[in-house]
Design a protein around this ligand. Structure first.
Ligand code: GDP
Length: 534
């Protein structure tokens, strides 16, 4: 395929994730986006929440029992933005960030596969903990963020309060593209700050349809909405005076964030979000390889695996890997190379995970997410490519917050236990920490979410027939340290030092007060926060 064709396909793609705290409305927004844009395909499982479209994956028994999805899901939509040729609409990939009780390292890894993020916040609650954690990963990776204030149909804070909260707490300057007309709880429409026009929404029964929009000029808007319009116009003017207008360079640099007010439930503001994604979110770009060369999007095929999901089938065959395409064209059935093992990987089963009705997608382009079955050898961070060879840097480990020791309960299974722990470690299921004191028989597992521990014990049993016990440890945070600082840290109460399998030396602390105390008393010790490396 010519690089011209690939270039055109890349230009019309936008790949993003929604970062939010549980209950802010991510699922409702996903459905609203699907209503406004035409769904092309769906890779993997969708959350099986009550009453919703539910295709709970049967990949893991645990998943079934809980009715949640352990996997990332990628949805692909076609959306004709204003000015688009209907025969060549934009293609939007929404990569799901698992949340709720399935919050795990995978939630962060998803952010290595996207080019932009939508930070969805509840109008009443503002910034919440999970959103903040995910935002920090976006910041470190340089992912530009669009801010969506959802549930504007319900009482909440004022636009200026929300703007202040975001700029004060995370140093991100919101640049509202529209100002809502009507306070939170009385959502009537939007003042389009660029045209000065009023976009008036009409409710549909149960919010089941796209909300009709009327475009009115400012004079008519003032006559119809009175004080609500005047307030919106004043807010818009004030924002202009403060210089809070969209600036593409500052947005791409992660300094400002276009802001949109929505009601995912009523489908208000959803079209505006899609338009903003198309207009401002960057299309897929090339990626820097380990040797510091850049694989450009029009170069031969390459992709990065960002998530691997293993089934509970002891035959080991039902392993699903998700890759994000970095360059070139992917064709179903292609035999590609696996950079980590140097072995070929056949992709003939790539279609099996596309679409609810197994509709096959024959080709995919940079920015797209493809699920591969029988992906035994693949681990998160791995590179797949067609010549010339390329290998991308590994996905960094993220700051764990949960720590447990793992013990095998049957003595004669020790060998299998070691083999299993090495494999789960290599697959990136959990981080494995060791020190001399504890020995190899009871490594410490570190995770971003506690569900990662359950995955370990379940797979130990199902795939290796090893019974294990997980025992939570009294540590709640980790810092990166070095060889020189380790002996002094080991002497401290409430601290333990470990080596992670990637060689990093980590000190675990019982709580943040312990850490603060030690930092104060021993300012010469190296104690760096563990964040996602850029
Ligand atoms: P998630 O946990 O972020 O996926 O949130 P959900 O989409 O499941 O939404 C959580 C709750 O908020 C549900 O009861 C939704 O119906 C409700 N909800 C979501 N968006 C809106 C909205 O725009 N307005 C109102 N009033 N409720 C909403």
């Amino acid at each position: 395929m010519s690089s011209e064709v690939i270039g055109r396909e890349v230009k019309r793609r936008r790949t993003f994730a929604i970062i939010s705290h549980p209950d802010a409305g991510k699922s409702t927004m996903t459905e609203a986006l699907a209503l406004h844009a035409r769904m092309i395909s769906e890779a993997g499982a969708v959350h099986g929440k009550g009453g919703r479209r539910s295709t709970v994956s049967d990949w893991m028994e645990m998943e079934k029992a809980r009715g949640i999805s352990v996997s990332s899901t990628a949805l692909q939509f076609k959306y004709s933005a204003s000015g688009d040729d209907d025969d060549f609409p934009h293609v939007i990939n929404l990569v799901d960030t698992p949340g709720h009780s399935d919050f795990s390292e995978d939630t962060y890894r998803v952010l290595t596969a996207v080019d932009a993020a939508v930070m969805l916040i509840d109008a009443a609650k503002g910034l919440e903990p999970q959103t903040l954690k995910l935002f920090q990963v976006c910041r470190h990776r340089g992912i530009p963020v669009i801010t969506v204030v959802n549930k504007w149909d319900r009482p909440g804070q004022t636009p200026l309060e929300l703007i202040d909260e975001i700029s004060d707490r995370i140093g991100l300057i919101p640049t509202p593209l529209y100002v809502p007309v009507g306070i939170a709880g009385d959502y009537r429409g939007l003042l389009d700050r660029r045209t000065g026009e009023y976009i008036k929404f009409t409710r549909t029964a149960g919010g089941a349809k796209i909300a009709p929009e009327d475009i009115l000029d400012a004079e008519t808007a003032r006559a119809t909405e009175g004080a609500a319009w005047i307030a919106a116009a004043e807010e818009s003017e004030l924002l202009g005076e403060l210089g809070q207008d969209h600036d593409q360079e500052m947005f791409l640099a992660g300094q400002t964030s276009p802001m949109i007010f929505t009601s995912a439930m009523l489908n208000f503001g959803v079209r505006q979000l899609l338009e903003a994604l198309v207009e401002f979110a960057p299309p897929p770009r090339g990626r820097v390889a380990i040797d510091e060369s850049t694989r450009e999007v029009t170069d031969p095929f390459s992709a990065v695996v960002f998530k691997v999901q293993a089934g509970m089938d002891s035959s080991h065959r039902d392993r699903l890997a998700y890759m994000r395409i970095v360059s070139g064209e992917f064709e179903r059935g292609m035999v590609v190379n696996h950079a980590q093992t140097g072995k070929p990987f056949a992709t003939k089963y790539a279609q099996a995970v596309f679409g609810r009705d197994r509709a096959t997608v024959d080709t995919a382009f940079p920015g797209d997410v493809v699920g591969l079955v029988n992906a035994m050898a693949l681990a998160p961070g791995d590179t797949l490519y067609l010549d010339p060879k390329v290998q991308f840097p590994p996905i960094p480990s993220f700051a764990p917050e949960h720590f447990s020791s793992l013990r095998v309960t049957t003595a004669d299974k020790y060998k299998q236990f070691r083999k299993a722990i090495d494999q789960l470690d290599a697959e990136g299921v959990v981080q494995v920490l060791r020190n001399d004191l504890r020995g190899d028989a009871s490594p410490v597992l570190a995770a971003v979410g506690p569900m990662q521990f359950e995955v370990v014990t379940a797979r130990m049993k199902a795939e290796f027939n090893v019974d294990t016990i997980i025992e939570p440890l009294g540590y709640s945070l980790a810092r990166r340290t070095d060889e020189a600082s380790a002996p002094e840290l080991t002497k401290q109460r409430g601290v333990e030092v470990f080596t992670r399998s990637d060689g990093a030396i980590l000190a675990l602390f019982s709580d943040k007060w312990r850490l603060q105390y030690i930092e104060k008393e021993h300012s010469d010790l190296v104690l760096e926060p563990l964040v996602a490396a850029a």
